[in-house]
Design a protein around this ligand. Structure first.
Ligand SMILES: [Zn+2]
Length: 129
């Protein structure tokens, strides 16, 4: 018999709060042109797997797909999968039931994605693309 879980409404508010924070940062950045630099890039001079993500989102907000692709190819291509995994993790965190086989599949996809992003982070500093 499946266990019944109660929904944690405080945890349910986490993702909307993070999205609202991101939107506030975007508005702040658009008005002031002050951006949070990548700490990894500032220290090492190398690109991390997430470098260009802010500019990619900015380009997407302006419907500039070509520009977005130029800033972070992998993140743009995997964005639907990343959003799906974040959404599932958030629902699970809030106490909503997620099928155990879906949960296991998502876990494999998340670790696979981490491996691909690490490889991308290494390759983007060796090969210019
Ligand atoms: Zn970076």
């Amino acid at each position: 018999m499946p266990e019944s879980k109660t929904i944690n409404f405080r945890r349910l508010l986490l993702l909307p709060a993070v999205i609202a924070g991101g939107l506030l940062y975007y508005v702040f950045m658009s008005v002031t042109h002050i951006k949070i630099p990548c700490v990894f890039h500032e220290i090492t001079g190398l690109y991390c797997p997430g470098c260009g993500a802010t500019r990619m989102v900015d380009s997407l907000a302006h419907m500039d797909l070509h520009g977005a692709f130029g800033y972070n190819q992998l993140l743009l291509l995997t964005l639907p999968l990343v959003m799906y995994l974040v959404l599932c993790a958030w629902l699970q965190y809030a106490g909503l039931h997620v099928n155990s086989s879906v949960k296991k599949t998502n876990e494999y996809m998340a670790w696979g994605l981490v491996a691909v992003f690490v490889a991308f982070g290494i390759l983007r500093n060796i090969i210019q693309f």
